[in-house]
Design a protein around this ligand. Structure first.
Ligand SMILES: C[S@@+](CC[C@H](N)C(=O)[O-])C[C@H]1O[C@@H](n2cnc3c(N)ncnc32)[C@H](O)[C@@H]1O
Length: 247
């Protein structure tokens, strides 16, 4: 499931489809042909360096990948990205996509410093290329799992910024169809890939940090096994399996 090859050796689709490709997204994305991806759903590096250390507002990687995301996306498709509230004006600079909407993840237990005190939400921004339609109409505010870096059914996730898979599943359902191909160039702990797998979408995931590639692969494999043994009712309702405190 993890692919580790120098980018020149990578073949599309066999080395990409439903794989976690370990390496630099800026190199890897060049191996994806034009216009084959149905949606990009991502959470780019901002505020954190590749070791997860909170020391940078550097958006170089984000700006560099934007035109490549545009290239690999089909016409009439969504580009969805988490982004820092602090750096928000910079999201709209040099951005080839058209703004569509904003979705909020409210974190009752969160308390990250902000200029007015502390903040309790994440923003996920929906952009479009062309004129795509929303697949499943839904609300635009969701509530995070109670504890930071903890999934109720998995326990502690050893990554500095894991996004809740329930929330990622809502995003996937809203903006993609079954069988679609979704790219996350900054996969982290694997939440986008897990949401895709549990909802019958294909994914391509890039991650530069070897440790997080393994974490994502482990989570994906375990949750896929548990999902296979879920009851038909749980599957129909997209209820992630519970009662598994650790992986
Ligand atoms: C904000 S985190 C993503 C977290 C993810 N959404 C999750 O739920 O775990 C961004 C990730 O991008 C990775 N990253 C940073 N630069 C990268 C690059 N050039 N290519 C691929 N991955 C990169 C970091 O290691 C980090 O895991």
């Amino acid at each position: 499931m993890i692919v580790r090859k120098v980018s020149e050796q990578l073949r599309f689709p066999e080395d990409f489809l439903d794989k976690i490709v370990c390496g630099d997204a800026l190199q890897l994305i060049r191996r994806i042909p034009d216009g084959v991806v149905d949606a990009v759903i991502t959470d780019p590096p901002y505020g954190l360096n590749t070791e997860g250390i909170n020391d940078t507002n550097d958006l170089t990687t984000f700006y560099a990948i934007l035109p490549e995301c545009w290239r690999v996306l089909k016409q009439n498709a969504f580009f969805i990205t988490f982004f820092s509230t602090k750096l928000l004006p910079q999201l709209f600079r040099s951005n080839p996509f058209t703004y569509f909407w904003q979705i909020i993840l409210y974190c009752p237990g969160g308390s990250v410093n902000s200029p007015i005190g502390f903040t309790k939400f994440f923003s996920c921004f929906v952009f479009k290329k062309g004129n795509p339609s929303v697949v499943k109409r839904c609300k635009d505010i969701f509530v995070d799992t109670p504890s930071k870096m903890v999934e109720p059914d998995e326990g502690y996730i050893d990554h500095p910024t894991p996004k809740p898979k329930r929330f990622m599943m809502e995003i996937v359902k809203m903006f993609t169809k079954e069988g679609d191909l979704i790219l996350d160039p900054f996969l982290g702990s694997g939440s986008t890939a897990i949401a895709c797998r549990l909802l019958g979408r294909h994914f391509i995931g890039f991650e530069i940090n070897e440790k997080y590639c393994h974490l994502a692969a482990r989570r994906l494999s375990t949750l896929t096994q548990i999902h296979k043994s879920s009851t038909p009712r749980q599957k129909v309702l997209n209820i992630p399996p519970h009662r598994h405190k650790t992986l």
